[in-house]
Design a protein around this ligand. Structure first.
Ligand SMILES: Cc1cc2nc3c(=O)[nH]c(=O)nc-3n(C[C@H](O)[C@H](O)[C@H](O)COP(=O)(O)O)c2cc1C
Length: 148
């Protein structure tokens, strides 16, 4: 079972969220590889049984440029067995709050076994912990189901 968490982050909010989700997975006895997109070979995507993608939103609700290759890879992939999850941080100040999460969500829903979506405003706070735990619960439940 190969599980990955691949994220991008400029000012650290999404990285913090990715680290938190990684820790919560460890608490549930799931080992995952936590990787910045810059360290992730996109051609290896299909080798993962489960993958969680983390992204901030840029421009007018857009996915960051460094996430475009992995986004295009997902769009070209058809693997309904691959369990996926999408999380991200954004700012409600912008009209398309966490637009990049929504864009990934559409592609992952069509082409993979999308388990869960999570949006957090800026840096994760104490009050976000319950949604993060729920995220991990739904992700791991789907992984278990996919093994049966
Ligand atoms: C130029 C610019 C455009 C942004 N556009 C959006 C947006 O359209 N929607 C949104 O929810 N957040 C937007 N944001 C906010 C970032 O997504 C948010 O600060 C995020 O937490 C940054 O993540 P990071 O700390 O991981 O880099 C924008 C930020 C900047 C600087």
């Amino acid at each position: 079972m190969r599980i990955g968490i691949v994220y991008t982050s400029v000012s650290g909010n999404t990285e913090e969220l990715a680290r938190l989700l990684h820790e919560l997975l460890i608490e549930q006895k799931y080992r995952s590889q936590l990787m910045n997109i810059t360290d992730f070979p996109v051609h290896e995507l299909a080798e993962y049984d489960a993958i969680a993608i983390g992204t901030y939103t840029w421009g007018d609700g857009e996915i960051p440029i460094e996430m475009e290759p992995i986004y295009n890879e997902f769009k070209g992939l058809r693997d309904k067995k691959m369990v996926t999850a999408i999380f991200g941080t954004g700012d409600r100040f912008y009209p398309h709050y966490c637009g990049a999460v929504d864009t990934f969500k559409n592609a992952l829903k069509t082409n993979t076994n999308l388990a869960v979506t999570l949006k957090v405003e800026l840096l994760p706070q104490k009050q976000d912990l319950s949604k993060c735990k729920k995220f991990v619960e739904l992700f791991t439940e789907r992984i278990q189901t996919s093994l049966q």
